[in-house]
Design a protein around this ligand. Structure first.
Ligand SMILES: Nc1ncnc2c1ncn2[C@@H]1O[C@H](COP(=O)(O)OP(=O)(O)OP(=O)(O)O)[C@@H](O)[C@H]1O
Length: 515
């Protein structure tokens, strides 16, 4: 099936991710080695490229005034994950790779050698094999629409893009179309009108704000479901909140995330419809009411504290035993931690094709004008009568209502360790506001320590929808993906695998889970 056939057919099929993975092909044979001359060869191992070149020793010797340093070696290995591209030009073979400069930084580098002594066909076949090994299920030469928010974080997005991200994309021969966002909401306008056949990826050089806008821009289109399935949305961390990068790449280093995008495999992502007033929006990360929302949005005056601002706000409210009364109805899918753990473990080795990780979506064009291309809301909107089987239960002592679609909410804040990208569920945490002060303190520390999930007073459920209605408060904070929305009732409904991202594993977040 050609790429264009694929576009006309099932929008949820993906030739790259559903094909046999190259790891199956990584068998060591005679063809694994390309002998360049008497002093140099390239060998494909199961997870690394091994370069043997006597020239390395000679070069090091020259650098050391002719005295051979201890440990000077003629062999170097490059992990296959770090191979960006390889080609033959003129009489040379060039292998481009990501070279580690420090724990948090890589840069594009190249190894070159003459191929005058070997048959060009043999060299070409070996290069093609190297690229198959190096990319596995990941698509090669992705076409990327890059959106740069020049005001994200501390205003460093432009520099990070040109110095750390672009050189890696260029070395991997990605096709780039770069655009800066000019105002708040610009990413919605851009993606709503984008020619989706021209790109494979939308990469946001920003915080979590731009990916939120991109999902919503795609969601506003008449062909929303197709656009959300075709285009992978990724973040290149340039903002103050970079949760998406922590979850999908395990880092907030811009250069390492660029490599993760190049090697990332298409992964369906659950998206959540939020209806509030007459609006329908999409959420990809989290929704919070109570202490987390207030710490996130209500501590602007403490910005000087940096990331400690959140911890400080959290502590003040927990110790003050602040409560945020509300009425709540929830569609619970899994209610006990043992079953939740079981579901997580079952996903560990799941290599099923991505076409099985979406929907089923019921119809479209039936949404009363809001989000016509999106799936129909099976639970209706916040303005409809409650779905059958739901009832609004009063929670007068609610301290923290926190629903997560990804694991990390920030660096070291793995609030939702059992979340999965496409299990069709949000993970919900509810904590009473009047728990003892010592217990509150331990709760906060347990998030960083990775023991939060098992704490007895932490109620953790998997849910497919909910309605929440704050009460007895004149005003307050509701956060959807870190953005403030009106302090009014809202309803949420999960759509399994409606969106698409690129991930390293293809089925899990890069956070310690609950296995
Ligand atoms: N040129 C621009 N001028 C002003 N705002 C913009 C511009 N481009 C994007 N924005 C807005 O900036 C907001 C924040 O974006 P982003 O998430 O990239 O940064 P951040 O630093 O993580 O966010 P925050 O300011 O919430 O901490 C988004 O709402 C986005 O619409």
């Amino acid at each position: 099936m050609t790429a264009s056939n694929q576009l006309e057919g099932d929008p949820f099929s993906d030739v790259h991710a559903d094909s046999t993975g190259a790891e199956d092909l990584r068998v060591f044979t005679a063809e694994s080695t390309l002998t360049l001359d008497a002093n140099a060869s390239l060998t494909l191992g199961s997870d690394a490229l091994i370069i043997f070149d006597e020239g390395f020793v000679k070069r090091e010797a020259r650098n050391c005034c002719g005295i051979l340093p201890n440990g000077a070696k003629a062999t170097r290995t490059i992990p296959l994950f770090n191979i960006l591209w390889a080609d033959l030009a003129g009489n040379e073979i060039a292998v481009h790779y990501a070279q580690r400069l420090s724990k948090n930084e890589i840069r594009a580098a190249s190894y070159r050698h003459s191929i005058q002594k070997i048959e060009p066909q043999k060299a070409a076949a070996w290069v093609s094999r190297l690229l198959d090994y190096a990319y596995g299920k990941a698509q090669q030469r992705k076409r990327i629409k890059v959106l740069v928010n020049p005001f994200g974080g501390q205003g460093k997005a432009r520099t990070l893009f040109s110095q750390e991200i672009k050189p890696i994309f260029a070395a991997a021969r990605c096709e780039l179309d770069v655009q800066e966002t000019e105002y708040q909401g610009h990413a919605v306008t851009i993606t709503e009108a984008l020619d989706i056949n021209k790109y494979d990826v939308i990469a946001c050089c920003s915080g979590d704000g731009l990916p939120h806008e991109v999902f919503n821009g795609l969601g506003k289109r008449a062909d929303a479901r197709r656009a959300l399935a075709r285009l992978a949305v990724v973040q290149l961390p340039c903002g103050s909140g970079n949760a998406m990068s922590w979850n999908l790449a395990g880092t907030d280093s811009a250069s390492l995330c660029a490599l993760s995008v190049i090697k990332g495999v298409k992964t369906p992502l659950d998206l959540v419809s939020i209806t509030q007033g007459g609006r329908r929006t999409l959420s990809f990360l989290s929704q919070s009411v109570g202490v987390v929302a207030e710490c996130d949005l209500g501590t602007e005056n403490l910005r000087w504290m940096g990331s400690a601002r959140f911890t400080w706000g959290f502590l003040v409210r927990l110790l003050g035993q602040t409560v945020y009364p509300c009425d709540l109805a929830v569609a619970v899918e899994l209610d006990d931690k043992a079953s939740i753990r079981e579901r997580y473990c079952a996903e560990l080795g799941n290599r099923a094709p991505i076409s099985t990780k979406r929907g089923p979506f019921t119809g479209q064009g039936d949404n009363k004008g809001i989000g016509d291309g999106l799936p129909t809301l099976k639970y209706g909107t916040v303005n409809d009568k409650l779905p059958e089987g739901w009832s609004m239960v009063p929670y007068d002592k609610m301290g923290n209502f926190y629903a997560g679609n990804m694991a990390y909410m920030a660096a070291d804040a793995n609030f939702f360790p059992a979340t999965l990208p496409n299990d069709g569920c949000l993970d919900l945490i509810c904590i009473d506001g009047d728990i003892g002060r010592m217990s509150a303190l331990k709760t906060l520390l347990a998030v960083e320590g990775g023991t939060f999930f098992d704490m007895p007073h932490v109620k953790y459920q998997k849910i497919s929808g909910y309605r929440i209605s704050p009460k007895d408060q004149e005003d307050g904070y509701i956060s959807i993906d870190g953005e403030r929305v009106p302090f009014e009732p809202f309803q949420a409904e999960v759509h399994r695998g409606l969106g698409t991202v690129l991930s390293k594993s293809g089925n899990l977040y890069e956070a310690p889970g609950v296995a």
